[in-house]
Ligand binder design. Structure first.
Ligand code: CP
Length: 365
């Protein structure tokens, strides 16, 4: 068979094993061992809007991660607990992962979906307000997931809603469920970090390549990391720019005990970082900005052995594909885990956790 034949027969030549380096090293069962089941924090989420990572405390996060790990390890949990429920998936801005993982989560839970991917196909094209659209959504569905390029949109729609809304990214403000997926990956990698007290030698150093006040993913991630300050020696934010924090943003994180340092040069710091979170794209208005293109990771980067790389994706040149086949690649696991985290959150919002908790965990691995 010639090389050209191989190109024309990609299925024939698709590798039997996953290309990424995470096969076999994700450990949702290990995470289950570290969290005792307690449905009470999830019951407090029933019918609640989810707009900011600020809303989550450690008890709630632990139970979301526990339920996500159960979904990931126990197929028998998925007995259509959302049967009869309708998700309104309104994405007024491009998305690959967030929309499809929310919709995948809802489908896997047995619910039905109405999906809007073009604001021009709704009354917005005629000047209808998000408040009025929210009022209509009350009649049509049970949960709204909204992505919009304006920071204010989720709040405008919230005013008219009596069903829960989940912020799937509002301008440069927040992306709370992405941050849930980020932490779920970190705790699968190192479940001992969930403990109230973490021994000094177990604490981690996290590098963040991104702009906290221009990237919603980074803003929400830092907020959730601040809940786990005792497990984190330091967060190092890499930037060559001034003004990367909004007024009060850094102080809020530090008030929770998170140690934050800014640094211009990435490469000399890499050997000391346990987690490297990298992102270069911020969606702003109707287009995107790229930031920090002088920072890039590849298989040749001086990463600490055992360090993991996270990236919310979509990636650009900052993350070389030659990292995909290395054990540093946890960004694919991070994206995959988002489905289970969203399943846990959605099941809680519509008060169906009674149908999925107390099931025995069985490994799929
Ligand atoms: N991580 C993330 O938000 O990706 P999408 O823009 O594809 O949803």
């Amino acid at each position: 068979m010639t090389r050209n034949d191989e190109r024309l027969n990609p299925i024939l030549h698709h590798p039997a094993q996953p290309k990424d380096g995470t096969a076999g090293i994700e450990r949702p069962l290990a995470l289950l061992d570290h969290i005792a089941e307690d449905p009470r924090p999830l019951l407090e989420l029933v019918n609640r809007p989810i707009v900011s990572a600020r809303q989550f405390d450690r008890a709630t996060l632990a139970q979301i991660f526990r339920l996500a790990a159960q979904f990931e390890t126990t197929p028998s949990l998925v007995q259509a607990p959302l049967s009869g429920k309708i998700l309104i998936s309104a994405f007024y801005e491009p998305s690959t992962r967030t929309r499809l993982s929310f919709e995948s989560a809802w489908h896997r839970l047995g619910g039905d979906i109405m999906s809007i991917t073009d604001r021009g196909s709704t009354g917005i094209a005629k000047g209808e307000t998000l408040y009025d659209i929210g009022e209509m959504f009350n009649n049509y569905g049970d949960v709204v997931v909204l992505r919009d390029n304006a920071d204010s949109s989720v709040y405008e729609m919230l005013d008219g809603l009596r069903i829960p809304i989940v912020n799937a990214g509002n301008g440069v403000d927040e992306h709370p469920t992405q941050a849930l997926a980020d932490l779920y990956a970190i705790f699968k990698w190192r479940p001992e970090l969930l403990a109230d007290e973490v021994a000094p030698e177990q604490r981690i150093r996290i590098g963040v390549v991104g702009v906290p006040n221009r990237m919603r993913t980074v803003r929400s991630l830092l907020l959730l990391l601040s809940r786990y300050a005792p497990a984190i020696d330091e967060v190092v934010v890499f930037s060559r720019d001034e003004g990367i924090f909004d007024e009060g943003q850094r102080e809020e994180l530090q008030e929770h005990g998170l140690s934050i340092r800014t640094c211009e040069e990435l490469e000399p710091e890499l050997p000391g970082l346990d987690v490297v979170y990298i992102n270069a794209i911020a969606w702003v208005g109707d287009s995107f900005e790229t930031h920090g293109m002088h920072y890039a990771l590849s298989a040749a980067s001086p990463l600490k052995p055992g360090a993991i790389i996270l990236h919310p994706l979509a990636r650009g040149d900052e993350l070389a594909v030659d990292l995909d086949a290395t054990p540093h690649n946890w960004y694919f696991a991070q994206a995959r885990g988002a489905v289970f985290v969203r399943m846990a959150l959605l099941t809680s919002l519509v008060n169906r956790i009674g149908q999925v908790m107390d099931a025995p965990a069985q490994s799929l691995l």
